[in-house]
Design a protein around this ligand. Structure first.
Ligand code: ADP
Length: 484
């Protein structure tokens, strides 16, 4: 495959890194190197920032007719749709996720995302404010300037879209630093944007490592805001490093989300929903329902059905359209997941399914769908984000116990509730400290509905109209004297 994007995308052109550095990006299902990618370091990131600043200062983008900006975003959505097969294959090769997920879930949602925010581009407006005195006062919603976007490897193109689309819709220019494990689809996004007519510098893509390229973007005085998705640990570093230049920061971080199954739930749906909740995306999902809390009267039954279902989830070649459990993104992540499985055993949780490293065609980073029962809340597998297909099932006694256990975590990204009692569902939804609560469902997303964290899962919201306004615009208040 000769047309795989492998260089830096700056000012609508490919370029090598100044130091000539490159790094390998690998297919985790086969262990094969897909390609060597140019590695941006501080100097390259700065060049991208300059290009974005120049694009922002010029009139081409900032003063573009907003209807035209909407049209460009819509055209980009069309281009993504037209290239969906190729992009999905690229994503699957880079990340190891099933092609089914990349093609049938990620790509359609990316397209929808660009269309949703295309609709916003010509509706960013201020207000007129009644003030005392002979004055006319109004507000303008203005872009921030240059937004640095830093994304992780689990949903490379989707999470880039969550930030790039609204940032551009609001009139900002963007420098995107994709995760070093999965830089390819982000590079194609930059290229497609140029093809449909985005002016040079409006969207730049600089693959590289976190402590070098990522950190340089966070520190660069030419960047006005950082929109970050990644681990809580790195989120803390980003916030600290952004302080020197007082950047506006938004952080979508880790989670240890509870999926709470009450005894009055429709058990079959709960088992299915809890299973998708943790095994979709190999569990490499920030909102993964990795703690499954089950009310005692149905506990044994649930554990048996859930473990049975997990045992049937076989790993497979991610490119096979029937595969639902793909490869763990990297060797390093595989070791991390296996380490947690050992920790679960050592701490005395009961392993009822999976728990092993495995391969497909004799190679690749695969782990069987793993289920621990009788987990206690203080155990590491109930507290720390594993980011792998490992479920921890915890029994509870009643509603209060369920809420207490659900909230017994530093995180607050998402939660699921399974019950047929509608009053209880809403009461518990109000009590759980999480940015998203799903009732009798899990993993639902829509471009129009805000998503983000409580507690140490971060702050700022992706998706949704208001979130975008808050995150990617600033308000200017303009006063006009009416009596002179
Ligand atoms: P994950 O655990 O999902 O790999 P990370 O938080 O490690 O998440 O990485 C998310 C993104 O943050 C990646 O693009 C990574 O390169 C970047 N990153 C890592 N360290 C830093 C840092 N010190 N400064 C800025 N970005 C970083």
């Amino acid at each position: 495959m000769s047309d795989i994007p492998d260089r830096l995308w700056i000012a609508n052109a490919w370029s090598d890194a100044e130091a000539g550095a490159t790094f390998a990006t690998t297919n985790p299902a086969t262990g094969e190197v897909i390609t060597q990618v140019a590695e941006a370091r501080a100097v390259d990131v700065h060049r991208a920032v300059e290009s974005a600043r120049e694009a922002f200062s010029g009139k081409a983008w900032r003063q573009m007719n907003p209807h035209r900006r909407a049209e460009l975003l819509w055209k980009l959505a069309d281009a993504l749709e037209a290239n969906a097969d190729e992009l999905a294959a690229l994503e699957t090769a880079d990340n190891g996720k099933p092609y089914f997920e990349s093609r049938k879930v990620d790509l359609p949602s990316v397209v929808e995302n660009f269309r949703y925010f295309a609709g916003m581009a010509d509706k960013v407006q201020g207000e007129t404010i009644p003030v005392a005195g002979p004055f006319f006062n109004y507000t303008r919603r203005e872009p921030l300037g240059v937004v640095g976007v830093i994304t992780p490897w689990n949903f490379p193109l989707s999470l880039a879209a969550w930030k790039v689309a609204p940032a551009l819709a609001c009139g900002n220019c963007v420098v995107l630093k994709p995760a070093e494990q999965t830089p390819l689809t982000a590079l194609r996004l930059g290229e497609l944007a140029a093809e449909v007519g985005f002016p040079p510098g409006v969207l730049n893509v600089v693959p590289g490592f976190g402590p070098t390229a990522g950190s340089a973007l966070v520190r660069d005085p030419g960047v006005d805001a950082i929109a970050f998705t990644g681990s809580t640990e790195v989120g803390r570093v980003v916030m600290r490093e952004a302080a020197d230049t007082l950047k506006k920061v938004s952080l979508e971080l880790g989670g240890k989300s509870p999926n709470v199954v009450f005894a009055d739930a429709e058990l079959k749906s709960a088992v299915r929903g809890a299973s998708t909740g943790i095994f979709y995306g190999k569990g490499e999902v920030c909102a993964a329902g990795s703690r499954i809390l089950v009310e005692r009267p149905v506990y044994d039954d649930f554990v048996e059905q859930f473990a049975g279902r997990a045992r049937q989830m076989t790993v497979g070649d991610p490119m096979d359209e029937k595969t639902r459990l793909g490869a763990i993104v990297s060797e390093e992540q595989l070791e991390r997941v296996l380490g947690y499985i050992e920790a679960g055993k050592a701490e005395g949780a009961r392993l009822v399914a999976g728990g092993e490293r495995t391969t497909v065609n004799g190679r690749g980073n695969f782990v069987t769908a793993t289920v621990f029962a009788d987990v206690e809340p203080p155990m590491r597998i109930a507290q720390e984000e594993i980011f792998g297909p490992v479920a921890a099932i915890i029994p509870f006694d009643d509603v209060d116990d369920a809420v207490a256990k659900a909230n017994q975590t530093i995180y607050g990204l998402a939660a699921g509730i399974w019950t047929r009692d509608v009053g209880k569902a809403h009461r518990v939804a109000a009590e759980i400290q999480a940015g998203t609560v799903w009732i009798n469902t899990y993993n639902q997303y829509d471009s129009a509905s805000p998503f983000g964290g409580y507690k140490q899962s971060g702050f700022g919201r992706d998706l949704g109209w208001e979130s975008a306004l808050e995150k990617y615009t600033q308000v200017k208040s303009v006063w006009v004297a009416l009596d002179r």
